[in-house]
Write a protein that binds this ligand. Structure first.
Ligand code: PHE
Length: 344
């Protein structure tokens, strides 16, 4: 073998063996196989040799090139394996450690019930109007026929922020605000869900914060039959097809005529039990035909349109549906209670 070829071969193979990284190995490759590398240079000297030596010299350089390429490839694989092994040791996972457990969350039962309710009303052509929790005395009372000094105020004592602003005692002011937002367009058909506040003593069925779902429909031809039909359809879908409703005469200053809505007891199916006080019926809403003054306050002409309204107690609906016997559970953030609604 030509001495120069042998020298290049020994140097090249030694440097390949010594390379510590893929970067170093690449530098060695360029040094020997690159365009101006030592092996191409060797080949260029072929012209200086006597013609009879050229074929064997050429063959030797070519086998040197192959040898070096093989050595480079072997080293490259070795270095890559080292990189991977280093990472594997460095990033080692201790599989004997306990895993991280992420507790699945759950919707609050009131949220869950509200979503069901809104879905049912969507199906009957109602949209959602979100009103406000801080209200003016004017909207919460006066626009609903409850003037200062009206006895109906006694039943809805609340928290005043100023002389004339308060935390709303019901979602009914949403009727007026919602109508005004429609700017006279027909039909009006929306529900107003949300928190309401009353200065009530707290017990298993009363809490100073609770929720209502108001409903309002106004059009040229809305009757008490429509109210009954909508409320009945809702009750059957929410509590089950076997549910019956009963409307009892009542009084609200902002509806005339007015009624209370009862549903047949979801527990005893109307036979009478402790939940329904042996009556077989449960009160779930107040309702009625919207008073002409309220229609007018909403920017509509009571000579031309009529409407019905209802106000469900959301907490009551959720308690009955899920068998919850104390309203305070909704507001105490007790995980033992809330986690029971997982996967519901
Ligand atoms: N706002 C009434 C209440 O809180 C309920 C109601 C709503 C009654 C709509 C009639 C019409 O008691």
């Amino acid at each position: 073998m030509d001495d120069r070829i042998r020298a290049v071969k020994e140097k090249a193979l030694e440097q390949i063996e010594r390379a510590q990284s893929l970067g170093e190995l690449e530098a060695v490759r360029v040094r020997y196989l690159g365009r101006k590398g030592e092996i191409p240079l060797l080949l260029k000297t072929i012209g200086t040799l006597p013609p009879e030596e050229r074929p064997s010299f050429g063959a030797e350089v070519n086998s040197l090139r192959e040898r070096v390429e093989q050595a480079l490839e072997r080293k490259r694989q070795e270095l890559e394996r080292q990189v991977i092994e280093a990472r594997v040791t460095e990033e080692k996972v201790d599989t004997s450690l306990p895993g991280q457990y992420f507790e699945p969350g759950a919707l609050h039962p009131l949220t869950r019930a509200l979503r069901d309710i809104i879905g049912i009303f969507y199906g009957m052509g109602f949209t959602v109007y979100e009103s406000r929790e801080t209200e003016t005395d004017e909207m919460n009372f006066v626009k609903l026929n409850i003037a200062p000094g009206h006895p109906a105020r006694d039943m809805q004592e609340t928290f005043y922020l100023t002389e004339s602003t308060l935390l709303r005692t019901h979602t009914s002011p949403g009727q007026v605000r919602g109508m005004l937002s429609m700017a006279g367009e027909l039909p009006v058909r929306f529900v107003v869900p949300g928190r309401v506040y009353r200065r009530d003593p707290t017990d298993a069925s009363h809490h100073p914060v609770f929720h209502q779902v108001e409903g309002l429909a106004v059009d040229t031809d809305v009757s008490f039959c429509d109210l009954r039909g909508v409320v009945m359809s809702f009750a059957k879908r929410f509590f089950g097809e076997e549910t019956r409703i009963r409307l009892r005469p009542s009084y609200f200053p902002f509806t005339e005529p007015s009624c209370e809505v009862d549903v047949s007891c979801v527990l005893c199916k109307g036979k009478g039990c402790s939940v329904c006080g042996n009556s077989g019926w449960l009160e779930v809403a107040g309702a009625g035909m919207v008073h002409p003054n309220v229609i007018r306050n909403g920017g509509y002409d009571p000579e031309r349109v009529t409407g019905f309204a209802f106000g469900f107690g959301l907490d009551r609906l959720a308690m009955l549906k899920y068998g919850i016997d104390d309203i305070r559970l909704f507001y105490s953030n007790d995980k033992r209670f809330l986690s029971q609604f997982r996967g519901f």
